[in-house]
Write a protein that binds this ligand. Sequence first.
Ligand code: BTN
Length: 342
Amino acid sequence: MPAVRGLEATDGEQTAAVLELLHAEPLVSGERISERLGISRAAVWKHVEQLRAAGYRIDARRAGGYRLLGNPDRLLPREITRRLATERLGRRIVHWEETDSTNVQAARLAREGAPEGTLVVAERQTRGKGRLGRTWISPPHVNLYASFVLRPTVAPADAPQIGLAAAIAVARALEPLAPGQVAIKWPNDCLLDGRKVAGLLTEMSAELDRVHWVVLGIGVNLNSGTRAFSPEVRRTATSVRLATGHRVDRVAFTASLCGEIESVYDRLLVRGFSSLVDDWQAYSCLSGREVTVDCGGRRITGRVRGLDASGHLVVDGAEGEERIVAGDVSVVGGYAHTAGAR
Ligand code: BTN
């Protein structure tokens, strides 16, 4: 039963309540909506028109009533919220049709005091940011561009573990869509069949011993086609649709991702990163591979042993064992042989 009734509810609340009834019942008469919400039949019609203008497909029959045929393909907060099973993550959602970067917007909200779990999503980014100063290609209405505001009680030096843990969450959210095809490449790229499908960018504000906030930015190529990528990028990047042939319900994916992130994030805070290492390794496409790691000026070549309890990549290099804190990894000979490696 919708919580709002009649004239005390705002116009937006009434529209949301009409939508809730349409979601709850396959076919509902105008009279029933009008009685349940305490508004006139003309007002019901006005709200149905508003929903249609927002992209909802609603069939209206004089005798039969209203039938919801389809939701708009937009990351609308009320649609994500309907599917959420989280306590904190995604409980406040800010939706942009277009913005420069969801990370920039989330950082602004974090500075203004936004609560932990605040989620910023955009249909399109004009200046999507990738790692190491790269650009994240962000075409409209096909993918997920999302940033969470987090306020973790961790030491600043351990903050990169949030990105590593989140990569497990992204892999888990992707797994049902592409079973057996998902892999993680350190530090936090997600691959489908050896091509990058998702990337994470964590940014933070901290003092020497205290984190003020972390913005966890996640870009997932869900439904983009080949034309979204330049010929050069096409060799190394993909989308779920390109890899599987199936379109992804972006709203359902976003809600599922929120749940997976909350689960790994809570575990990280309560039990530490060491409790997640095995889950991470299960998805890693690098274990045992010969790699070159670019560590900002220094290049290390060697065989990957795995991940240590702090999230550092352990490589057997020419000068012995190396524990790498940050860097860019290339697999010697490419990824073709790592497809579905787990
Ligand atoms: C990478 O280079 O792999 C990281 C890419 C991160 C892209 C996401 S899209 C949502 C959020 N907003 C941004 O500007 N970047 C991140």
